[in-house]
Design a protein around this ligand. Structure first.
Ligand SMILES: NC(=O)c1ccc[n+]([C@@H]2O[C@H](COP(=O)([O-])OP(=O)(O)OC[C@H]3O[C@@H](n4cnc5c(N)ncnc54)[C@H](O)[C@@H]3O)[C@@H](O)[C@H]2O)c1
Ligand SMILES: O=C(O)CC[C@@H](O)C(=O)O
Length: 393
């Protein structure tokens, strides 16, 4: 049996090469895909075909995918946490330097001297020296960076800024133990966004775009920021009230807004540096994301294992020779396990391994039974109230 995987964005060949072509068909035009492999393609109005088993996002953010609706259909959505974090970290550091040293306008100034004013030689030298004072900037050591979201990217940014001599504040009410261990001990964790904004010269956002973070940087909060501060947004456009930022740039309250999500108003504003969603656009990050996404997807399709899903729990079980594996998605409600095992017992099947984990409203079961199973077993499992999907793997 082969699995058809449809790619909806350009995926690094390093990832695609890992797909064993005797088991996987890959293409951009696949009418009944078993899986989707994508980056930023928007799935919110995608009509999910009954054939679809899984979605793999080669990247971190999954706001382009209706993850809850996918969960309700028993479709895990995978992402690749950390795989592009270094690329984003480097761009954030570049963004701080672009803003602090006015590099964007400075480079424009010199280009203009030649392209528009046609200066050369001594005249050019004179104007270079005469004009440079307009672009004098400030240095990073001693300045404070506030990091909102201490996940894969936020921790790398915090540690890098700290090693550049900055004071770093961090805010993340749900920081994981793993990230807390990675965070430099010199980074001071604060307990509110307000505290962080009031004490920072730069703030950088590294949270997902979800209901709770939509408009997190609001007009009210911007008003509490230090005069002359800089906002860096390499997370998602919707986390910032851009109209409020532009008003604060116009009034002189903010120095600059550096972001990865151009809008009509932002792109042409002289104090906005808007990059074309470049955060993860390095060959290294694209390779890392593609490899991780493909490996997670194939492990799920071939073995039912779930790692790094944003809508189902991690469930991983090694294969036992001589057994048949069933992968079952169900609603998270009482007596589901009892009913599944009762069906297996009725079919005279001996369970070799069994794992069940729940996450929110849904749960996932992997069960290895000894020997082969009859085709009608799947129908008996699907007949249990609350079972969403079942498959022999
Ligand atoms: N510009 C780009 O190309 C690019 C690349 C990668 C990621 N991103 C964006 O950056 C986001 C973060 O990526 P990541 O890899 O660090 O993800 P991550 O999941 O490792 O970290 C996100 C962190 O945000 C925290 N968080 C969630 N809600 C919060 C809140 N209200 N206040 C404070 N902290 C909160 C979480 O606890 C978590 O620690 C992604 O969701 C994506 O939108 C953009
Ligand atoms: O795929 C990309 O180029 C961007 C990915 C980035 O926004 C992410 O959330 O990982």
């Amino acid at each position: 049996m082969t699995f058809a995987i449809q790619t909806l964005n350009a995926i690094s060949p390093l990832g695609l090469e890992r797909l064993d072509r005797s088991r996987f068909d890959v293409g951009t035009d696949i009418p009944e895909p078993r899986a989707l492999l994508l980056r930023s393609a928007d799935l919110h109005s995608y009509e999910v075909p009954p054939s679809l088993y899984a979605v793999a996002r080669a990247g971190a953010g999954t706001n382009n995918i209706p993850v809850d609706a996918m969960a309700a259909r028993g479709i895990p959505v995978f992402n690749t946490p950390g795989a592009n974090a270094n690329a984003v970290k480097e761009l954030v550091i570049a963004g701080m330097l672009l803003a602090a040293r006015n590099l964007y306008h400075a480079a424009d100034y010199t280009k203009n001297l030649v392209a528009e004013q046609h200066l050369s030689g001594k005249e050019l030298d004179q104007q270079v020296e005469a004009g440079k004072k307009a672009f004098a900037g400030f240095e990073l050591p001693g300045r404070t960076l506030g990091v909102i979201g201490l996940g894969a990217i936020g921790v790398l940014v915090a540690n890098a800024a700290q090693s550049l001599g900055m004071k770093v504040l961090g805010y993340d009410p749900a920081i994981t133990v793993e990230r807390a261990w990675q965070l430099s001990p010199s980074v001071e964790q604060v307990t509110s966004v307000e505290e962080l904004l009031a004490s920072s010269d730069f703030i950088t956002l590294h949270v997902p775009l979800i209901e709770a973070t939509q408009g997190l940087v609001s007009a009210e909060r911007i008003a509490t920021m230090r005069p002359g501060s800089v906002i860096l947004n390499f997370a998602r456009g919707g986390i910032v009230d851009e109209a409020a930022v532009i008003a604060a740039l116009d009034s002189g309250h903010l120095h600059a807004y550096v972001n990865d999500f151009p809008t009509e108003a932002g792109s042409i504003h002289p104090k906005v540096i808007a990059l074309p969603h470049l955060g993860a656009s390095t060959s290294e990050a694209e390779d890392n994301c593609a490899v991780m996404a493909v490996d997670q997807l194939t492990d799920f399709l071939l073995h039912g294992n779930i790692r790094n899903s944003v809508n189902f729990p991690t469930v991983v079980m090694g294969r036992t020779p001589g057994t048949t594996r069933l992968a079952i998605f169900n609603e998270n409600k009482p007596n589901m396990i009892g009913q599944i095992t009762a069906v297996l017992a009725e079919a005279g099947l001996n369970v070799a391994e069994f794992t069940n984990r729940a996450r929110g409203d849904y749960a996932y079961t992997l069960v290895d039974v000894e020997g082969q199973v009859e085709d009608d077993l799947k129908a008996s499992i699907l007949a249990i109230d609350g079972i969403i999907r079942a498959r022999k793997v």
